[in-house]
Write a protein that binds this ligand. Structure first.
Ligand SMILES: Cc1cc2nc3c(=O)[nH]c(=O)nc-3n(C[C@H](O)[C@H](O)[C@H](O)COP(=O)(O)OP(=O)(O)OC[C@H]3O[C@@H](n4cnc5c(N)ncnc54)[C@H](O)[C@@H]3O)c2cc1C
Ligand code: SF4
Length: 671
């Protein structure tokens, strides 16, 4: 029997997971996706799903990217939120300083997880309670932001609440990783910076790539506990999909053999359970009614536009989940008069919808090696060094004097054509030949990317651009943003340590003593000429970039729909529901409270399962909804939510632990 009808907007990581859960739990689900569908056979066995991808670098680089958002048709605008912007005569910010690609994610069935490179990280115990930890150290109140000038806060749930949801997500999605052992424990984890786990990864790590391995051993030689990075790419045949063959066309490309784990596989499961997918369907308004005398609202459905014909239509449903990314979910809400300056009364009692927008501040160090290290082959980054994430994984380890930054991805490359187009504008003739034969960026590059925690600030926000519209006639999202001094200081603190690791490649005792960097540099370092002749230009151009460009480079997008225990704390309740709506939800990175320095998508998957399970149990749907929560409510609700894992995913290790009463509560603290 159908539980009811649900519309899920967006078919990426979050939308796929919500749709999968609800469809398996008996809801009649329709997934509306703005982008096209490049897969066939969805809804059947995974082994029968085919796609349109090929290892065709020219196809991706030289023509319009088939899966990226076309920013000519659908641009975004940007302005700097800070004092160094050009203010107008009234001291106001300009309407915009840039129009084009501002942190866009792919627009296609499967969303951003089609061409990401799939590092799949859990947050740690400390990341959920860092504000309290800072406040305790400073002797201030944990209910105030402990970081001056930021809107820092604890999450409404803790690691022990989300741990089972991380575990089920890792199995459903298909994540490889190094922690091994027996479900329920003991689990052996070579990464000392992570919090405890209840289950091992469903498959071991794949082959380490030389550029990651070189820097992994360098980090080890300096005493850092670097480790293989959990990755949502299957290293073994898994649930009907082929194992990765390390083809090298991972970051920015679709996987031709379906080894990359992404939202499309949850869409596939959802369709197998009866969900309907409508691609090329752009949702342009959330329809809702006000419930007289209550000050509350109910979503009734959506209005959409067929992107191929331009025709519009409406669709009704019992509930609506906006899983179309933090920025687009804000834009859609504002276009629907939910929150924002034109929002109907009390549609966002927090007044924070669209605010606290966060990315990760990426600090990059790179080295060019004297040997070819074939960095354009294999997966982009197979190891991380988490020593720069801040002190300890638990609250007990917390030290406020150690800056919180994030994980440091070890790897990096440019594919050959990418590397060529980088220099095409200014290099030709003999110097281009020298450059091509040296291949510094495709064959000799090792890079680190530090995913630095970005402070939430109410002034960093999304709204609707007052003038610019997209090809569908809809106002484009405008991003107003500026880095906080905390993350800039943390970046400056760790950049020299990253260089130190680079310079230790080939150190005594490491397995590759013959390989050394020709140079190692952090971006924004002025280099001496290191390559012959004009070939030096290219390395200088790359390394002399401004590190803290106004527009953040990261595609890790968080905030805008902060979860909170009470309506004044953020736009959504602890289960993703818009506070004054009975049946409107956000699933995705918007729910993040703090940015916590690690790749974002696994937490989005865990939260999407959490949101869907809360809907299905009635905790956040129907008569069960609450108008505010205390921490103990989140505790009290936990067993209802975890029972859903046992019920709807009994074939997972974590589902079995719940079904047999073996979940190791003692490790995580009982609710
Ligand atoms: C190059 C690159 C590398 C990355 N690497 C990593 C990594 O290593 N690890 C990691 O964790 N993350 C990584 N990411 C980020 C990751 O892709 C995103 O975090 C993730 O895809 C977000 O999931 P989501 O469900 O919120 O959104 P998405 O997966 O982007 O899905 C949202 C979907 O909603 C659709 N949509 C938007 N608006 C509408 C509308 N109005 N109507 C209908 N549909 C709509 C979009 O077309 C899209 O398909 C990377 C991203 C990029 C671009
Ligand atoms: S490296 Fe592996 S997951 Fe990535 S595209 Fe190639 S085969 Fe697919």
């Amino acid at each position: 029997m159908s539980q009811g009808t649900a519309i899920v907007v967006g078919s990426g990581a979050s939308g796929g997971m919500v749709a999968r859960f609800l469809a398996r739990a008996g809801w009649k689900v329709t997934i509306l996706e703005k982008g096209p569908n490049y897969f066939s056979g969805l809804g059947g066995p995974a082994s029968g799903v085919t796609n349109s991808w090929a290892n065709d670098e020219i196809g991706y680089e030289a023509r319009t990217p088939p899966i990226g958002q076309d920013v000519t048709l659908e641009p975004r605008s940007f302005r700097n939120a800070g004092a160094d912007s050009t203010l107008d005569a009234n001291g106001a910010l300009p309407d915009r300083e840039f129009v084009g690609d501002v942190n866009t994610l792919p627009t296609t069935v499967g969303g951003g997880t089609l061409h990401y490179d799939a590092k799949a990280r859990r947050l740690r115990e400390i990341d959920f309670v860092a504000n309290s930890a800072f406040a305790q150290a400073a002797g201030t109140s944990p209910s105030e932001s402990a970081i001056p000038g930021a809107n820092y806060a604890d999450w409404p749930m803790q690691y022990r609440h989300l741990e089972p949801f991380y575990a089920v997500a890792e199995e459903i999605v298909g994540v490889q990783g190094p922690a091994s052992g027996k479900p329920g424990g003991p689990i052996t984890n070579p990464n000392p910076y992570e919090s405890p786990r209840s289950t091992p990864f469903p498959m071991p790590p794949g082959v380490g790539q030389l550029n990651s391995l070189l820097t992994y051993y360098a980090a080890k030689s300096l005493g850092y506990g670097a480790a293989p990075v959990p990755t949502s790419i299957v290293s073994r045949p898994y649930r009907g999909r082929s194992a990765c063959v390390d083809c090298g066309y991972c970051l920015d490309f679709g996987c031709p053999i379906n080894a990359k784990s992404g939202g499309v596989w949850q869409v596939n499961d959802a369709m197998a359970a009866g969900a309907t997918l409508l691609a090329n369907t752009n949702v342009i308004e959330v329809l809702f009614r006000s419930n007289p005398g209550t000050g509350r609202y109910s979503a009734t459905g959506v209005k959409y536009m067929d992107t191929e014909t331009g025709t519009t239509g409406t669709m009704g449903a019992d509930l609506v989940v906006l899983a179309n990314t933090p920025i687009e979910a804000t834009r859609l809400s504002f276009m629907s008069q939910i929150g924002g300056p034109d929002g109907l009364s009390n549609t966002d009692p927090s007044g924070q919808l669209g605010q606290n927008l966060m990315f990760h501040l990426q600090t990059t160090a790179l080295a060019v090696m004297d040997h070819e290290i074939h960095s354009c082959r294999g997966r982009t980054s197979t190891h991380t060094n988490d020593a720069f994430w801040g002190s300890g994984p638990s609250a007990a380890d917390f030290d406020p004097t150690v800056p919180r930054a994030g994980i440091c991805e070890m790897g990096g490359n440019l594919n050959p054509v990418q590397a060529g187009t980088e220099v095409a504008a200014f290099m030709y003739g003999p110097s281009l030949k020298t450059y091509m034969s040296l291949a510094p960026f495709s064959n000799r590059l090792a890079a680190f990317t530090l995913q630095g925690e970005d402070m939430p600030q109410t002034t960093n926000h999304v709204d609707l651009d007052p003038q610019i519209v997209d090809v569908y006639g809809q106002p484009v999202p405008r991003i107003t943003y500026r880095s906080h001094p905390y993350e800039l200081a943390a970046s400056a603190y760790y950049a020299p340590k990253m260089l130190e690791v680079m310079e230790a490649v080939g150190a005594p005792g490491t397995p590759y003593p013959e390989i050394h960097p020709i140079f190692a540099a952090s971006i924004n370092t002025t280099l001496p000429p290191v390559l012959p002749g004009e070939a030096d230009q290219v390395t200088s151009q790359a390394t002399n970039q401004t590190p803290f460009n106004d527009i953040p480079a990261s595609r890790h997008i968080m905030g805008t729909h902060r979860m909170a225990l009470t309506p004044d704390g953020g736009p959504c309740d602890p289960y993703g529901r818009y506070w004054n709506f009975d049946n409107l939800y956000h699933a995705g990175g918007g729910l993040y409270v703090t940015a916590a320095g690690a790749n974002v998508t696994l937490t989005m998957w865990a939260l999407a399962y959490w949101v869907a399970a809360a809907i299905n149990t009635g905790i956040s749907y129907g008569s069960g909804i609450q108008t505010s929560y205390a921490s103990r409510d989140v505790d009290d609700n936990l067993s209802k939510l975890t029972a859903q894992i046992g019920r709807y995913d009994p074939d997972t290790m974590i589902g079995d632990l719940f079904n047999t009463g073996r979940y190791p509560y003692s490790t995580f603290g009982s609710p």
